[in-house]
Design a protein around this ligand. Structure first.
Ligand code: SAM
Ligand code: SF4
Ligand code: SF4
Length: 394
């Protein structure tokens, strides 16, 4: 929502510009080898986490992500033929897994809008890491279709779900999704997910069900405490995300970012917290447990997480790659372009060609936008080149 009387300039960019050229070494090695095994990029970071965007469409218009002024009825979404098919996604995913990926997150746009998504989940659930383990397979959703879909997602082999929910107050929630969607339907979706088995004991790590709340100062910070109280003791981990300068259309301003440290202080002053160890290397969230009377973590009360993508750079161990809806590989959430893997797939590349390309692309990676952002200061004039989050997924 823009402030009344403050006109906002919304730059129109076409994120589907020409792809990055493949590294020369990848082309020269083509057909000669099938490199597998852990990769390291130029900063020594492994490749562990792959986020796959399965659609660029969404039924919400969260204004920090797909503002209505840009994503209106005339917006040209990708035609179906441009999307990677489930077979293409699975083929690439298998090669990523051979290169060290252990976790796959399906995202979008709104991933539950992709027809027969359960079929893709079933295919990905069959993949195994080189040492024989199933993947940590998860999905991020706005929850609007979850009441209908939770059971079939679970049956298809999905292990975990993250639901985005920016407040409990119906008026605030409707304003933030900007399509007048009621919060009660998302809460029903969360209940359905618990009943389907995405509860605290499901999946790996800290639970089968997480909630993400983007905090935007001046819009929903008064929802922080009600959200914390609502999910405390449920086994569901609530994570607060700093409003980020992703894409080029959300009119991002630093003064609308509420630093995670403030979120923690606010909760702490009502519900005492103790800091917890990270659950995995490269984990984006800092973990805080609710404390008992002795100042120890009360595991029954559970924990929260804060993701400080703006105020505390965490590029140092960033092990995430992103595959866009039309098959471009992005090495950073803030990248302006990606490598066109779909072109390779559709030109008849062998598995060895594709694996070689992936390997060389990752080995050449130097991205660390968040660390450099502080050096850029408030000048985000390069934003016109950045890809939209709804296109590469969060
Ligand atoms: N539609 C799904 C959803 O909302 O969960 C999946 C895609 S959405 C792009 C993935 C995540 O990105 C959501 O949790 C959303 O809140 C977050 N997100 C989108 N724009 C953001 C921004 N500007 N800053 C921080 N998080 C953002
Ligand atoms: Fe849609 Fe998710 Fe973006 Fe909101 S954050 S507009 S639900 S893709
Ligand atoms: Fe990873 Fe890019 Fe985010 Fe840094 S800015 S943590 S490299 S996605």
């Amino acid at each position: 929502m823009s402030e009344p009387n403050t006109p906002r300039v919304v730059p129109l960019v076409d994120q589907r510009r020409g792809p990055l050229p493949l590294p020369r070494a990848a082309l020269e090695a083509t057909g000669r080898m099938l490199p597998v095994g852990s990769l390291r990029d130029q900063l020594g970071r492994g490749l562990r986490d792959l986020r796959i965007s399965v659609t660029d469409r969404c039924n919400f218009r969260c204004n920090y992500c797909m503002p209505k002024e840009v994503f209106d009825k005339d917006y040209a979404y990708l035609p179906h033929a441009s999307l990677l098919s489930f077979e293409e996604i699975t083929r690439l995913a298998r090669l990523f897994v051979a290169h060290g990926v252990q976790k796959i997150r399906l995202t979008g746009g709104e991933p539950l809008l992709r027809k027969n998504i359960e079929q893709l989940i079933g295919q990905l659930a069959e993949l195994r890491t080189p040492d024989g383990h199933a993947l940590d397979l998860t999905l991020t959703t706005n929850g609007s279709l979850l009441a209908r879909k939770a059971a079939s997602l679970r049956a298809a082999g999905l292990q975990r779900i993250t639901v985005s929910l920016d407040g409990l107050d119906d008026a605030v929630f409707r304003r933030m999704n900007d399509v007048d969607f009621p919060v009660s339907d998302v809460l029903e979706g969360i209940d359905a997910a618990r009943q389907a088995g995405f509860g605290p004991s499901a999946g790996r790590g800290t639970g089968g069900l997480k909630i993400n709340m983007v905090v935007k100062r001046g819009t929903n910070e008064h929802e922080i405490l009600p959200m914390a109280r609502h999910f405390r003791g449920t086994g569901i981990v609530l994570r607060f995300i700093e409003y980020m300068d992703v894409g080029a259309t959300n009119g991002w301003r630093m003064d609308e970012v509420m630093p995670s440290a403030e979120v923690v202080n606010l909760i702490q002053s009502h519900l005492p917290l103790v800091q917890l160890e990270p659950s995995a290397p490269g984990e984006t969230a800092e973990r805080w447990g609710y404390a008992d009377a002795q100042g120890q973590h009360d595991t029954n009360a559970g924990e929260i997480g804060v993701i400080s993508s703006v105020t505390q750079a965490f590029c140092g161990d960033c092990n995430r790659a992103r595959l866009s809806t039309e098959g471009k590989l992005y090495l950073c959430l803030f990248a302006s372009n990606g490598y066109d893997l779909r072109a390779l797939l559709r030109a008849g590349a062998s598995d060895a060609d594709l694996a070689s390309a992936l390997g060389h692309i990752w080995q050449g990676r130097t991205d660390r936008y968040s660390e450099l952002r502080s050096a850029l200061g408030p000048d985000t004039s390069d934003a016109g080149r950045r890809v939209e989050m709804s296109y590469i997924g969060g």
